[in-house]
Write a protein that binds this ligand. Structure first.
Ligand SMILES: [Zn+2]
Length: 568
C-alpha cells in the first residue's frame, strides 16, 4: 500500500516537475535523447559482435567455478577494448572485474556465465539432440548476458570518449550462479563498495524490468559431511558405522519435517557422496541441501532446523558430522527509480520482430515440452513488474496468502548493497521447464541474437541516464536508503571465514571439457554456431510441424469466433 501511495504522489507531481525545469532541462533532455539514438545505432552496428560472444560462450558450456575458457575469452576481449581487468577476485580463478573510464559515477554491469549439468543441446533443434551426450549445456541461457553487456558498454564508452563524459564503467561476471556461489563473496570482499549503481542482465522471454521484492526466495546452500567407521559389509558389519545411513536418515527426517514447515519454503537435496562400493560400510557420505525461504530470518531458521535433523541422524547412527556453506543468496529486491528509467527506455526499444522460422522453433519446442501455452515468442511488451507486496493478494480459504516463493539469485546480495536492477531480455522461449536442455534450444539462434541486441539498446540508454542525469542516481539512493533498507538491514549469510567452493564441478568438467573442445565455435571460419554445426534453422520433425500448423489454425478460428461474438 505504501508503494501505491508513493507512486500516486510521484505521478501527481510529475507535470509540476517537468514544467518547473524550464527550457534548460528540455535542452539537456534533447541532447541525451540524441546520444541515446546514437548508442542504439552503435549497438545495432555491433550485432555481429554480440552474436559471436553469445555463440562462443554457448559452445564452451562451462559449469560454475570452471568457466576457464569463458574467462580467457572475455578478459582478452575486454583488455583489447581498453579495459583494465582485475583477475581472480575473491580468490575465484574464473572471476574478474573490468573497468574503463575515470571518476564518478561508477556504474557496474554484470551477468552470469555458467551453465547447467547434463543440458547439452544443439541450438535450433526443437527436440532433444545433445551436442555431447551427458555434457553440460546452456540450459539457463547464461551464455547471452555478457554479449549484451559488452556491446551496450562499448556503445556508451565511444560516446563517453567523444563527449568527454566523466564516469567509470565496470563489467563483471556472475561466476557459478547456479551454485549461488560468488556474489555474496564479491560484496563481502568490498568489490562493490564504491559502485553507484548496478545493472544486471538475465535472459528471459520478454524485454522487461521490475522493482521491489520479486516474490522469490533467498537461500543457503549447505553440504553435510557424515563420518562413520568402515568395515567388511558382510564379514563384520557390526563393527561398521555407516555414514550413508546417517545421510538417508537425515533425508527421511527432513521429508517428515517438511509437512510442518511454512508453505513458502523450498528445499531440495542431492546425495553428493553415497560411499564407494557395497561391500565396504561407507565411512564417509555427504548430502547437499538448498534451504530456501522468503526472508533472511526464515532462511536462517530453516537452516537451523536442517542442522538439528543432521544431529539426530548422527546420534541414531553413531556417526559424526560437519557442515559447509557452499553458497548463499538473499531474496531479491531491486531499485524502483532505476527500474522506472529503464522501463521508459524499454518502451522506446520494443520487442524484436520474430521471423516465421523463430516462431516455428518456439511453438514446436513448446509443444514438445508440453508448455502451458504454445503461442510462440512474446509479441507484446510486459508491463513493469511491481513488488509482490503491492501485487493483488491471493485469498485462500478466507486467508490472505503471501507470495509463495520460488527460485533464487545471488544478485540479491548486490541489490541489498547498492541500487540495482535486473534487466530481462527476450532470448528464450516462454513456458519451458528451466534448468533443462530445452532452455538451450534458442540460445545460439536468431531468437537469442535479436533478444540480446534489443536488451543492449535498453541497457545502453539506461547507462546514459545514469551517467548524465545525476537526479536519477540521487533518487535511486534515496529509495535504497529511505525505503528498501529502512527496516531491513543486509546481513550476509556467509561469515568472514567461508571461502568460495571453487572445487565444485571440477570432476565433471575434467571429464567433459575434452569432449566439448572439438565443438568450440570458430567465428573465423563460420558466420554463426548454427552454420558451424550444420544445423538447418529451425530443425523440427514432421509431426511437430503438423502440430504447430494445427495449433495456429485453432488459434485463428477461436480468434475469429471471439471477433464475431463481439460484433453481435
Ligand atoms: Zn540464471
Amino acid at each position: 500500500m505504501k508503494y501505491c501511495t508513493n507512486l500516486l504522489f510521484v505521478l501527481f507531481l510529475l507535470p509540476v516537475f517537468v514544467f518547473g525545469q524550464g527550457k534548460k532541462a528540455a535542452k539537456g533532455g534533447d541532447k541525451i535523447d540524441k546520444l541515446k539514438a546514437e548508442a542504439v545505432a552503435a549497438v545495432e552496428a555491433n550485432a555481429v559482435q554480440a552474436q559471436q560472444i553469445n555463440d562462443m560462450l554457448f559452445s564452451f558450456a562451462e559449469l560454475g567455478f570452471q568457466e576457464e575458457e569463458s574467462f580467457k575469452y572475455l578478459t582478452t576481449l575486454l583488455e583489447k577494448e581498453g579495459f583494465t581487468v582485475k583477475k581472480g577476485i575473491s580468490g575465484i580463478p574464473t572471476a574478474w572485474i573490468a573497468t574503463w573510464g575515470s571518476g564518478k559515477p561508477l556504474i557496474a554491469v554484470g551477468s552470469d556465465i555458467d551453465c547447467i549439468p547434463k543440458a547439452s543441446q544443439k541450438p535450433g533443434v526443437a527436440y532433444k539432440d545433445p551436442i555431447v551426450e551427458g555434457a553440460p549445456g546452456h540450459g539457463e541461457g547464461h551464455n547471452s548476458g555478457q554479449a549484451l553487456n559488452i556491446v551496450a558498454v562499448l556503445a556508451v564508452k565511444k560516446l563517453m570518449e567523444r563527449e568527454k563524459i566523466p564516469g567509470t564503467l565496470m563489467l563483471w561476471p556472475g561466476v557459478a550462479e547456479e551454485l549461488v556461489g560468488t556474489k555474496a563473496f564479491y560484496v563481502r570482499d568490498g568489490y562493490f563498495k564504491d559502485v553507484d549503481a548496478c545493472i544486471f542482465t538475465h535472459v528471459g522471454n520478454n524485454l522487461g524490468v521490475s522493482w521491489g521484492d520479486n516474490g522469490n526466495n533467498g537461500l543457503v546452500s549447505v553440504r553435510f559431511n557424515f563420518e562413520g567407521q568402515a568395515a567388511h559389509a558382510a564379514g563384520a558389519p557390526w563393527r561398521g558405522r555407516s555414514a550413508l545411513d546417517a545421510v538417508e536418515l537425515m533425508n527421511i527426517g527432513w521429508n517428515f519435517r517438511r509437512e510442518h514447515l511454512e508453505l513458502t519454503q523450498r528445499s531440495h537435496y542431492v546425495i553428493s557422496d553415497g560411499g564407494d562400493q557395497p561391500n565396504v560400510v561407507p565411512s564417509k557420505a555427504a548430502v547437499w541441501y538448498y534451504f530456501r525461504e522468503r526472508t533472511y530470518p526464515k532462511i536462517k531458521k530453516l537452516f537451523e532446523t536442517g542442522v538439528k535433523i543432521a544431529e539426530g541422524a548422527a546420534l541414531m547412527t553413531d556417526t559424526k558430522f560437519t557442515y559447509e556453506i557452499l553458497g548463499s543468496a538473499w531474496p531479491v529486491h531491486t531499485n524502483r527509480v532505476i527500474a522506472a528509467a529503464a522501463y521508459d527506455n524499454i518502451k522506446k526499444v520494443g520487442l524484436p520482430t520474430w521471423s516465421d522460422e523463430d516462431q516455428l522453433l518456439a511453438r514446436a519446442s513448446q509443444i514438445e515440452l508440453q508448455a502451458p501455452k504454445t503461442e510462440g515468442l512474446a509479441t507484446k511488451l510486459d508491463s513493469m513488474g511491481m513488488p509482490t507486496s503491492s501485487a493483488p493478494v491471493v485469498m485462500m480459504g478466507g486467508q490472505a496468502m503471501t507470495p509463495m516463493g520460488g527460485g533464487s539469485d545471488d544478485i540479491a546480495d548486490i541489490s541489498w548493497s547498492l541500487p540495482t536492477i535486473v534487466l530481462r531480455y527476450p532470448s528464450n522461449i516462454p513456458g519451458l521447464p528451466g534448468h533443462h536442455w530445452a532452455n538451450a534450444i534458442s540460445m545460439a539462434t536468431p531468437i537469442a541474437h535479436k533478444g540480446i541486441v534489443y536488451g543492449a539498446k535498453a541497457e545502453a540508454m539506461t547507462l546514459l541516464d545514469l551517467l548524465l542525469k545525476p537526479e536519477v542516481l540521487k533518487e535511486a539512493w534515496a529509495y535504497y536508503k529511505d525505503e528498501q533498507t529502512k527496516d531491513i538491514k543486509y546481513e550476509p549469510l556467509i561469515s568472514p571465514k567461508e571461502q568460495p567452493a571453487i572445487y565444485l564441478n571440477k570432476k565433471i568438467m575434467t571429464e567433459f571439457k575434452p569432449k566439448l573442445e572439438p565443438f568450440y565455435y570458430d567465428p573465423a571460419k563460420y558466420k554463426t554456431y548454427l552454420e558451424q554445426l550444420g544445423i538447418k534453422y529451425p530443425t523440427v520433425r514432421d509431426d511437430q510441424r503438423e502440430a504447430v500448423k494445427k495449433a495456429v489454425e485453432k488459434e485463428k478460428s477461436s480468434a475469429a469466433k471471439a471477433g464475431s461474438s463481439r460484433s453481435e
